[in-house]
Design a protein around this ligand. Structure first.
Ligand code: ADP
Length: 258
């Protein structure tokens, strides 16, 4: 009987293994279908808008100079959205195919933050938001990371803090020592904040608290999923603290280089 018991246990294990395999495949399949559906939707909406304006212009609305300008501006907004979504999709595709190809080098994170601030100074000004660098360290802070990808993380977090920040608000970036071997980079805003119930899903692809608000801000709904992907590909951790109505703080760890 012990042999039969052993055999039956092995059979059970085998069947259980196959069951898990099928479950994983089915989940991946439905995940893929959802993803495709979301992509189609993200492209379709602005594309139809652009088409609508172009058709109206072709039908003669363009004869009036004012109307022509207004419609062209709206069509251009749609194109801008398409470009943003396409860029983010491209980034996700790259991360998926060479996700492990993280090019680790020693980089000065202070310099990288300054670059990102310079890039978005105008955008912040337009919304009356101040970008502040809480410079505890006056010397270069060297960390290990992929320059382009970490810059992308900073860009996405800073852009979000501007998009969802309150006018006259402030975005503060700070770096602290996290433990012996890591720093933590924090991007904090005093903007609209996020309700607790959304926090667990916020890093999912296409997850948004407010669809129309995100779209009106030119968001693809992919920014934070890209951030998480990059941070985790560095074997680092991302944290999020947020209080609805008060503001949010996104932070991530980075390996100290020296
Ligand atoms: P999106 O393109 O919609 O900005 P993200 O993936 O970057 O996509 O962010 C997902 C959602 O998380 C946003 O739609 C927004 O609701 C919320 N969010 C992101 N950053 C912030 C922030 N700093 N403050 C408040 N809400 C935020």
């Amino acid at each position: 009987t012990t042999d039969i018991d052993k055999l039956s246990k092995r059979m059970q294990k085998f069947v259980e293994g196959k069951r898990m395999e099928i479950k994983n495949l089915t989940e991946r399949d439905s995940f893929r279908r959802d993803f495709l559906g979301n992509v189609a939707h993200e492209l379709k909406t602005p594309l139809f808008t652009v088409q609508g304006y172009i058709l109206t212009l072709l039908e003669g609305a363009g004869n009036d100079k004012e109307i022509r300008k207004k419609y062209l501006e709206r069509a251009n907004k749609g194109v801008e959205r398409l470009v943003a979504v396409t860029k983010d999709l491209d980034m996700i595709a790259k991360l998926e195919t060479d996700g492990l190809k993280i090019n680790i080098e020693v980089l000065n994170i202070l310099e990288l933050i300054q670059n990102v601030f310079d890039l978005f100074e105008m955008k912040a000004k337009k919304r009356n938001i101040t970008l502040k660098f809480d410079r505890v360290y006056e010397f270069p802070v060297f960390v290990k990371g992929d320059v382009e990808k970490i810059e992308q993380v900073l860009i996405n977090l800073v852009v979000n803090s501007i998009k969802y920040g309150k006018p006259n608000g402030t975005t503060v970036i700070a770096i602290d020592s996290y433990n012996k071997s890591k720093y933590v980079v924090r991007v904090a805003d005093n903007g609209e904040g996020i309700k607790q119930q959304h926090l667990p899903r916020l890093f999912e692809r296409f997850y948004r608290v407010d669809q129309s608000r995100s779209r009106e801000q030119g968001g693809s709904g992919l920014g934070l999923s890209i951030v998480k992907h990059i941070v985790e590909a560095h074997d680092q951790t991302i944290f999020l603290k947020s209080t609805y109505g008060e503001g949010s703080e996104f932070s991530f760890t980075m390996e100290k280089a020296i």
